[in-house]
Design a protein around this ligand. Structure first.
Ligand SMILES: Nc1ncnc2c1ncn2[C@@H]1O[C@H](COP(=O)(O)OP(=O)(O)OP(=O)(O)O)[C@@H](O)[C@H]1O
Ligand SMILES: [Mg+2]
Length: 465
């Protein structure tokens, strides 16, 4: 496409000389005789370059044109023509975003060269940006990475629904990225500058959940010594993320259903309905249709939530995503901790691809962080990953117990099961030990005991995020 240039010059003779010169170079040229005309032209037309004199008689000067151009068309290059000896202003113009400047008196070659160079540079920048955007579109969406077809499909859906106000239900095992999806939906919507409020429905106690969600009036119950604004109200204008909604008590489900239907609610102890404008995104690792079938989750609420349903596949079903995720996590941790640049060896990559990932992307994240910190050399070797021998895996497959005596084998297998099972409960409740214990029918003390015995650490259930 022929580059379009706007020449801004109040002196008629120079205006003609410049436009003639540039037209002969094959550019499409428009002229403006004053700062005001230039600013008006910038509103209507898309230019690749503005060549403006600094002094423009009365009205806005070249600096004003420069700022106006950068404001309206950030991609447009600006070249400033300055009076002889006004170096200070030229520097100021460059700081304000001018691509280059030409001091008067200039000759034709100089103008030709400076214009050509500025156009080349902006074209390159534009091409690079387009390329980056294309790569981003191909392999990611906001902070989500996914090169394979299943995640690509997820990204397409996200793209379509992000800007709508439709309620979205995100389903997927623990650690598959449900929270990232909720955030991506928010960040890609017109609500992005308003609050994103995440509520972990599994971690709030039954007694407090309503006051937490809807707020309460002073004196609504013992201990309510001041009015409190609930999460729905705090999210007004933005997005509320109801995480682990499958763990919500039936009474609360009814109240949330009402908010979804009526878009209004009352504070606990209050009588005045409060209207809110919130976009609702909900997530759970539970199989909601089954919860509905077993009467643990309200069917009407389920249908209200799943206006759009996004299922995140477990990582073991998309091994093609593992290398890109691992690389990204390695870069991130290295940058955060200021580590020397490390790379993943071929054996490591192969091992990562074979692992079963019961903890999904979160587990991969933790494995890479640990390996990056603990590995000695610049290459992360298979042994640094600490994933055990292939057959064993974390809890991905049966432990390698072949050849052991029965009692030994049983001990190893049971321990592996306990570890996976309890970690799941802990992840679900965001590390809330009481709630985790309750959800699996244990008393708190025995869960604590088990955590100690198995050597589980809070990093293991992803408390860092
Ligand atoms: N596609 C992805 N790209 C990059 N990072 C990801 C992706 N999916 C998950 N992660 C990372 O993995 C970790 C877990 O993700 P997230 O908290 O969103 O999972 P979740 O599905 O909400 O898990 P849980 O059910 O346990 O709450 C986070 O550190 C997140 O940044
Ligand atoms: Mg989550």
């Amino acid at each position: 496409m022929t580059p379009r240039i706007l020449v801004v010059e109040d002196e008629r003779a120079i205006q003609l000389a410049l436009s003639g010169l540039l037209r002969r170079q094959g550019y499409e040229v428009e002229v403006a005789g004053s700062g005001d005309d230039a600013l008006a032209a910038l509103v209507d037309g898309a230019f690749d370059l503005v060549l403006t004199d600094l002094a423009l008689g009365r009205g806005p000067d070249g600096m004003d044109v420069l700022r106006g151009a950068k404001e309206r068309r950030p991609e447009c290059a600006v070249v400033m023509i300055t009076a002889h000896g006004s170096e200070a202003i030229a520097v100021e113009a460059m700081k304000a975003g001018a691509e280059d400047y030409v001091p008067k008196p200039f000759d034709n070659d100089e103008i030709r060269m400076v214009v050509q160079r500025a156009l080349d540079r902006t074209r390159l920048e534009r091409e690079n940006r387009l390329l980056r955007e294309q790569i981003q579109r191909q392999y990611g969406f906001e902070n989500l990475i996914g090169a394979g077809p299943s995640m690509q499909q997820v990204f397409q859906t996200l793209q379509k629904v992000a800007e709508t106000d439709l309620t979205v239900l995100v389903l997927g095992e623990s650690g598959t990225g449900k929270e990232l999806v909720a955030q991506a939906l928010h960040n890609r919507s017109s609500r992005k500058d308003r609050p994103f409020v995440a509520v972990n429905c599994a971690a709030i106690s039954r007694e407090l959940v309503e006051s937490e969600l809807f707020g309460h009036e002073k004196g609504a119950f013992t201990g309510a010594d001041a009015r409190r604004v609930g999460r729905f109200e705090a999210a007004d204008g933005g997005t509320i993320f109801l995480d682990e909604i499958g763990d919500m008590a039936p009474e609360t489900q009814a109240k949330v259903l009402r908010v979804l239907q009526e878009r209004s609610f009352e504070r606990v102890g209050g009588t005045k309905p409060i209207a809110v404008d919130v976009r609702v995104v909900a997530a759970t690792h539970r199989n909601l249709p089954r919860e509905v079938a077993q009467n643990r989750f309200r069917e009407d609420l389920y249908y209200r939530l799943k206006v759009v349903e996004i299922g995140l596949p477990p990582l073991r079903d998309r091994p093609e995503d593992v290398p890109a995720l691992a690389q990204r996590f390695l870069e991130q941790v290295s940058e955060r901790l200021g580590l020397e640049k490390k790379r993943l060896g071929d054996d490591s990559l192969a091992r990562l691809a074979r692992h079963g990932w019961p903890g999904n992307v979160r587990e991969l994240h933790n494995v890479i962080e640990r390996a990056a910190v603990l590995s000695a050399g610049a290459t992360i070797e298979e042994s640094d990953l600490n994933l055990g021998s292939d057959a064993r895996g974390d809890a991905s497959g049966p432990a390698n117990i072949d050849g052991l005596v029965f009692s030994e084998a049983k001990k190893i297998a049971v321990e592996q099961f306990e570890r996976a099972f309890l970690l799941q409960a802990l992840r679900r409740t965001g590390g809330n030990i009481s709630r985790a214990a309750e959800s699996v029918g244990m008393v708190r003390q025995s869960l604590q005991q088990k955590i100690r015995e198995l050597g589980l650490r809070s990093e293991d259930w992803g408390n860092e995020s």
